[in-house]
Design a binder for this molecule. Structure first.
Ligand code: ADP
Ligand code: ADP
Ligand code: MG
Length: 471
């Protein structure tokens, strides 16, 4: 088993990893840049080291982080999600320096992080992929010819994209000519690579992804699926496990496909295979070779601690479960509470949290790094809290979600919480009938009232008086 783990990340996922380490008896080491000096991950880890004044550079410096891990006697590095988590060079450097990278091998990251190479591997393994490119596009003419062949609408996508960025839908040749250079420039800016490819656009699909785990003994299992169809601009807002929209046959078919995909590349560690589902058709979309933001809901329905399994796998231990022992029970929802103003085109709303009261009660989990008085820095992701609810039935989980969102108090910034109440209240959500077009086709859900409840106003006044009096 591992003894000391460096966490090359920040925010809620760094705190999540600290917790898993503590439960496994592993020492945790945090890193932080200047704006994160008062971050919760710094307070909670066993040791913490500054990696510079620049807000981002220290988190994105492979050599600096690996050297620090060696100097501080860490035997492994957990990259979390985002930052260097899917950076093959970082994993390779870890391998070179004899530090265990908590993820798959650098070769597998390289192969799956490049979306066109991933498509090649899946094609070869007999996993269905969306019709489209055979490698990267050379120029717009190739894109136009290919679009004619597969039929409009099509998607132009950044080959090394992620986080929902670098994806544009094109409904006609004119639009394709317009969007092509835009995706290239977006990809170059965001991912440092100008490579793009084309896929047929699956109209109004469901986003279904499967959590998998693979150990170094060659065992691969799946932990069922998550439905992430509630998205805005290709970014997930509310995630659900298991999907309330799948038949048991579809569930076992898609789980099997994900295991086949993982086995085809010799996958080790936790990962996610993402699919688009349209009617009865399933298409492989991409594989994420890291822990995902929404791993929490799979933990809720299976009882398996995914980060703990990652630590076990990286320490050379076999998975603690066999496929036939893995079961799911009830439903879980995760709300990504973002520091954004839904009423103002989801503009980021950074600033000081004047008052935070955590929701609780049965079936409620909160993963966050915020606290009352915490100042959300403007340099990072706007997601500031993950609220996860679990209940035995679909009806109950919706009621619990509404109740927990209502329980929570988060003052000082604007968030997406109230908007999620509107989604939960929609009849299509209640009857479990939605696809990725749900959010864009219901702009009226943004017309909610932000008028505060009288008790909340009283609370805000009390907080202001307390702050003023310097208590
Ligand atoms: P998940 O895939 O876990 O559901 P997201 O797609 O929202 O989550 O990504 C999680 C975080 O990682 C976000 O901050 C996102 O911006 C970042 N991210 C994801 N993929 C990449 C990438 N290829 N390059 C840079 N950042 C990425
Ligand atoms: P990222 O790496 O940014 O997560 P993905 O390839 O997973 O990018 O796509 C993100 C989202 O974009 C999907 O969940 C889906 O809603 C939409 N999308 C991507 N490709 C297609 C496609 N070919 N047809 C329809 N929607 C797509
Ligand atoms: Mg994706």
């Amino acid at each position: 088993m591992l003894k000391k783990v460096m966490i090359a990340n920040r925010g809620e996922i760094a705190v999540r990893i600290v917790r898993a380490c503590a439960e496994a008896g592993i020492r945790s080491v945090a890193i932080y840049t200047e704006p994160d000096r008062y971050g919760l991950h710094v307070k909670r880890a066993d040791e913490a080291y500054s990696v510079g004044a620049d807000p981002l550079r220290g988190y994105l410096d492979p050599a600096g982080i690996v050297n620090l891990a060696v100097q501080t006697g860490c035997d492994a590095i957990h990259p979390g999600y985002g930052f260097l988590s899917e950076n093959a060079e970082f994993a390779r450097l870890c391998e070179e320096k004899g530090v265990t990278f908590i993820g798959p091998s650098s070769d597998v990251i390289h192969r799956m992080g490049d979306k066109t190479q991933a498509r090649d591997s899946m094609r070869a393994a007999g996993v269905p992929i969306t019709p489209g490119s055979d490698g990267n596009l050379a120029d717009v003419n190739e894109a136009l010819a290919l679009a004619d062949k597969v039929g409009y609408p099509v998607m132009i996508k950044a080959t090394s994209g992620g986080g929902g960025r670098g994806i544009r839908r094109c409904d006609s040749p004119d639009e394709l000519r317009q969007q092509y250079p835009r995706v290239i420039s977006e990809a170059t800016k965001a991912f440092g690579s100008a490579e793009v490819f084309l896929e047929k656009c699956i109209v109004n699909p469901r986003h279904i992804e499967v959590q998998i785990l693979g150990d170094s003994q060659g065992q691969v299992v799946h932990l069922f699926e998550r439905d992430c169809s509630i998205q805005r601009r290709n970014q997930k807002l509310i995630e659900i496990a298991p999907s309330p929209q799948l038949t048991p046959e579809q569930r076992s078919y898609i789980g099997g496909l994900a295991v086949k995909a993982a086995e085809a590349v010799g996958y080790v560690n936790a990962g996610t295979v993402e699919f688009l589902l349209s009617g009865n058709e399933v298409y492989f979309m991409e594989m994420n070779t890291r822990v995902q933001v929404e791993h929490t809901i799979t933990e809720a329905i299976t009882g398996i601690d995914i980060v703990r399994e990652q630590l076990r796998i990286a320490g050379g231990l076999p998975l603690s479960v066999r496929q036939e022992d893995i079961q799911h029970r009830g439903y879980a929802l995760q709300f990504r509470i973002n520091a954004e103003d839904p009423k103002n085109d989801f503009l980021p709303s950074f600033g000081r949290i004047s008052h935070y009261y955590a929701p609780g009660g049965p079936g409620v989990r909160v993963d966050t790094a915020i606290y009352t008085g915490y100042e959300i820095p403007p340099y990072f992701d706007s997601m500031c809290l993950k609220l996860v609810v679990w209940a035995l039935t679909w009806e109950e989980v919706i009621a619990r979600g509404k109740r927990a969102l209502d329980d929570m108090r988060l003052h000082g910034i604007k968030t997406t919480a109230q908007y999620y109440q509107q989604i939960l209240g929609h009849p299509d959500f209640a009857s479990a009938c939605f696809d990725t077009s749900f959010v864009p086709s219901h702009p009226e859900l943004l017309n909610y009232s932000t008028k505060r409840h009288p008790s909340e106003v009283a609370l805000a006044i009390a907080a202001a008086i307390t702050a003023h009096a310097g208590f």
